[in-house]
Design a protein around this ligand. Structure first.
Ligand SMILES: *[C@@H]1O[C@H](CO)[C@@H](O)[C@H](O)[C@H]1NC(C)=O
Ligand SMILES: *[C@@H]1O[C@H](CO)[C@@H](O)[C@H](O)[C@H]1NC(C)=O
Ligand SMILES: *[C@@H]1O[C@H](CO)[C@@H](O)[C@H](O)[C@H]1NC(C)=O
Ligand SMILES: *[C@@H]1O[C@H](CO)[C@@H](O)[C@H](O)[C@H]1NC(C)=O
Ligand SMILES: *[C@@H]1O[C@H](CO)[C@@H](O)[C@H](O)[C@H]1NC(C)=O
Length: 467
């Protein structure tokens, strides 16, 4: 009996070794592509920034879908164009006004670093088709030929890499709203793939080879199925032979049939926030302007998320195993406006105090508390010890006591404290199987955070065993 088990174990170990050392080649089918382990840096990062900038930043009203919304006769845009532009003005006429005169990639990099984000995803090409790099496949519709006359992707990539340790990724739209070659393929029922072979694929290879993005954040897949987009062929190349094959991550938007199913991690829809554990690694892509990813000149302060609302999204997302990708819209001049700066810096300040509960964390046994609402849990390992963190999104009302209802298996060494505050809090078991934590009166000038507070709980029996 023992001998047999020993032989099996040896055989299995040998097989594992062979599989690992024979530098596995991924095949162009989903089963093989999806079998690639997600590079660990992505899950550990938790917080990323998405940047929307393009020709849509010139009209800068309603949303980055301006061109489509105007052409499909959205009344506010039809009126806007009638009132402000000559009758024969076309969307491409906006491009020369993408002036970018205040664009300073180093300033962006320094600000984004201070937000506490660990990765940046820049829109390289949105559905309008305008490329923010001098693409060989986008003649006269790119940031070098018309508009800024600069390689925006290149400048941002360099600045992020020189000034920060953030990871750098690119958003790329597979389809383009009004590209005649795409229109032709569509008219052919997607039996021809001219747009894919002349535009989508060459562009993707070009940005990977030239800028070595650590994320390919694909979008615009809703227009056709993944076999039309040749998605698994591209991904097999990306994972086997590209210059970023060892660390690149990808999302799930590779065809109308793939959302939430295939790819490296899943976005599912925009603003996906299930508030329960999800079986795949997922990312919540949300915008700080509730109504638009592109910068809107006529946005009101109330249209932006408050810091508290943002931290609520962060806590819910990370508790449930997600990353959060926070979108910022850029002006046509190339600036990140003070409203965005303010919320990014506040987020960074909060993460500086409370990052231990976020970066590198894993979901705990429970995600949210069932007695006190607005409490979200994470767990993390710090120097060999595993801790549980309870993120409080509101200050306890009830005599400064927080009643945690989730079963908390305490020991004689259980200690509760608050991140950023010196001193341990007393606690007692409560009737729910959890604990009541008594928060002492904290002087205003020693209050570690303003919008959300994190209780750190050590010495528990039921900690999550990290994989
Ligand atoms: C773009 O085309 C030029 C001229 O054909 C070539 O020299 C250059 O290498 C190409 N760039 C990329 C990124 O493929
Ligand atoms: C799809 O990818 C394969 C493998 O790279 C390539 O041979 C083929 O030409 C591609 N098809 C299109 C339409 O791009
Ligand atoms: C409030 O907390 C204090 C200190 O723990 C305790 O002495 C007091 O009895 C509590 N009051 C109520 C109403 O629970
Ligand atoms: C809260 O969750 C714990 C653990 O699942 C459970 O034992 C307890 O009954 C729940 N309490 C309430 C009030 O639902
Ligand atoms: C809090 O508890 C920990 C663990 O028992 C202990 O090492 C530390 O000294 C305590 N801190 C204070 C300020 O009492």
């Amino acid at each position: 009996m023992h001998v047999n088990i020993g032989i099996y174990v040896t055989l299995i170990l040998l097989l594992v070794c062979i599989v690992q050392t024979s530098s596995k080649k991924y095949e162009p089918n989903w089963e093989s592509i999806d079998s690639r382990p997600l590079p660990g840096w992505f899950d550990d990062s938790k917080v990323g920034i998405l940047i929307h900038w393009g020709v849509f930043s010139v009209p800068s009203i309603l949303s980055e879908w301006f061109w489509y919304q105007w052409k499909t006769k959205t009344p506010v845009l039809v009126d806007f164009m009638k009132e402000n532009y000559r009758p024969d003005f076309t969307y491409p006429d906006f491009a020369p006004q993408l002036t970018a005169e205040f664009f300073n990639a180093e300033e962006w990099a320094n600000l984004l670093k201070l937000s506490g984000a660990k990765y940046v995803v820049l829109v390289a090409k949105h559905h309008e088709g305008y490329t923010m790099w001098p693409s060989n496949y986008s003649w006269n519709w790119n940031s070098m030929d018309v508009g800024p006359k600069r390689d925006i992707v290149g400048e941002v990539a360099d600045a992020i890499r020189k000034n920060t340790d953030m990871h750098f990724g690119l958003y790329h739209s597979l389809f383009e709203w009004f590209n005649p070659i795409f229109e032709q393929d569509r008219a052919n029922g997607f039996k021809t793939q001219d747009f894919v072979s002349m535009k989508t694929m060459p562009e993707l290879y070009e940005i990977v080879n030239k800028y070595k993005p650590e994320i390919i954040w694909s979008d615009g897949s809703h227009a056709a199925k993944d076999d039309y987009w040749n998605a698994t062929n591209f991904l097999a190349w990306l994972y086997n032979d590209s210059p970023v094959k060892d660390y690149v991550v990808t999302n799930d938007r590779w065809g109308v049939n793939d959302n939430c199913i295939h790819g490296g991690f899943v976005n599912c829809g925009d603003r996906f926030n299930p508030k329960v554990l999800h079986k795949r690694k997922w990312e919540n892509v949300m915008t700080l302007d509730r109504y638009s990813a592109g910068y809107r000149r006529n946005a009101k302060l109330a249209d932006y998320f408050s810091v508290h609302e943002l931290l609520t999204e962060v806590a819910q997302t990370v508790s449930c195993g997600g990353n959060i990708l926070i979108n910022v819209g850029i002006t046509k001049e190339g600036t990140i406006t003070p409203v965005f700066q303010n919320i990014l810096l506040k987020l960074g300040g909060w993460l500086e105090v409370n990052g231990e509960a976020i970066y590198g964390s894993r979901p705990w046994l429970y995600q949210s508390d069932n007695v006190t609402t607005d409490v979200w849990y994470t767990s993390n390992m710090v120097e060999q010890d595993v801790f549980v963190y309870a993120i409080l999104l509101s200050w306890p009302r009830n005599n400064n006591t927080v009643s945690l209802g989730s079963t908390i298996m305490t020991t004689s060494t259980t200690v509760v404290s608050m991140l950023g505050y010196k001193g341990n809090f007393s606690w007692r078991p409560n009737a729910y199987g959890g604990i009541d934590v008594i928060i002492p009166p904290i002087p205003f000038n020693l209050m570690p955070s303003v919008d959300a507070w994190v209780l750190k709980i050590s010495g528990l029996k039921n900690v999550y065993k990290r994989n």
